[in-house]
Design a protein around this ligand. Sequence first.
Ligand code: FAD
Length: 413
Amino acid sequence: MSDHFDIVIAGGGMVGISLALQLGAVLPAQTTILLVESVPIPAAVEGGVPDYHPAFDARSTALSYSSRQIYDDMNVWEGLRQWLCAIESIHVSSRGRFGSTLLQASDYRWPALGYVVENGWLGNALIQQLYRQGRVEVRCPAKVVGARPERKCVTLELEGEGSKSRLSASLLLVADGANSRLRDQLGMAVNEKPYRQHALVANIASAEPHGGCAYERFTDTGPLALLPLLKADGTENRSALVWTLPAEQARHLRDCDEAEFLQVLQERFGYRLGRLVKVGERHAYPLSLVQSSEQVRQGIVVMGNAAHALHPVAGQGFNLALRDVAELGRVLSQGIAAGLAPGDLKMLQRYQQRQQTDQDRTIQFSDRIPALFMHADPVLGLGRDLALAGLDIMPNLKREFVRYAAGVAGNGS
Ligand SMILES: Cc1cc2nc3c(=O)[nH]c(=O)nc-3n(C[C@H](O)[C@H](O)[C@H](O)COP(=O)(O)OP(=O)(O)OC[C@H]3O[C@@H](n4cnc5c(N)ncnc54)[C@H](O)[C@@H]3O)c2cc1C
């Protein structure tokens, strides 16, 4: 087994595996790639429910139109199709206020505004394609516990199943999540802005069907989204709840009995989906905006949540990370074809320059929306109502919002 790789990806979550697939597809066969993941990657299953993996947990992800294009190019979309629920419209409203707006895919002649997939099925489709492609070597369970930059490579220390090993890489891609130990070990500072809120996540069954509508409802305690899901057994109307709440309230609603939970949610959300009849497993995640102060060094790129972890309100974090993945793939394939080493600093800086505007705009968009919609100031409140009403009145503003939701605004395409 080789102890030098051109590229090592540390972390096989949704971003790490997507990176492996993208690089495996666009880089020449002689470019060696290794993926290292600390938690066992479950076998891909046809049909049945995939095994649990912490990076592909009980959450759901809203994939934007830009992500569809990227996964199409990676040959992942076809395998995902059967698990996707198309978002045909987005209803944006504000609890206790008059403003609301309806964004519809048909108004833009798009097949959908986005697609919702349960993370377990997304992980399953990614893992299936990883094995089918067979291009990337996988070490799992194994952990990258040390990284030391040298002049022309990065020396890595791996630990797995009771043994230690060393290897070197021309390029290390750090994709080990928001609490990235590797980023810290490399001395890259993080800027963290805690939102002092938790995201409460659960699947909800309702009496009425969602009809492909995603609901984004802003309340005085935080935004509440109900995203349309496929029917699990063909009968139940299901939506995925992402409810942003103060930490204390989130913990209480995670642990209280089902009847109390459904009563509070019904009161906050209203009856657009009829009576809310059932809630699945509930999980609460603390929220903060985490940004690495550096993303690129000679031989190193920080990716995914390790580079930027966003507020989930607008469902942008993973979609942005996928656009980063696609751009890094383009820059590396051009550079390597021109004879550059994978860790070439100027080439990696080009990647960052190309993604900077998209990252800045997407992060600002995700950061500002919850703050704006929670503001107690009545003047701001009125402004917000007018903004929502304005989306219906001013088609250009509405189009811009939809372009963000679809993930095609950030990169100026
Ligand atoms: C409630 C909620 C809802 C969301 N909804 C959406 C949405 O609708 N749309 C959207 O675009 N985004 C959404 N997001 C964001 C999305 O979940 C993240 O962008 C995504 O999970 C980031 O994945 P990642 O692979 O970077 O990190 P992680 O999922 O944290 O994966 C990191 C991986 O690295 C492994 N690892 C850690 N350390 C090491 C090591 N030393 N060596 C090897 N492996 C290691 C871990 O085991 C793990 O598998 C949401 C986020 C939240 C919190």
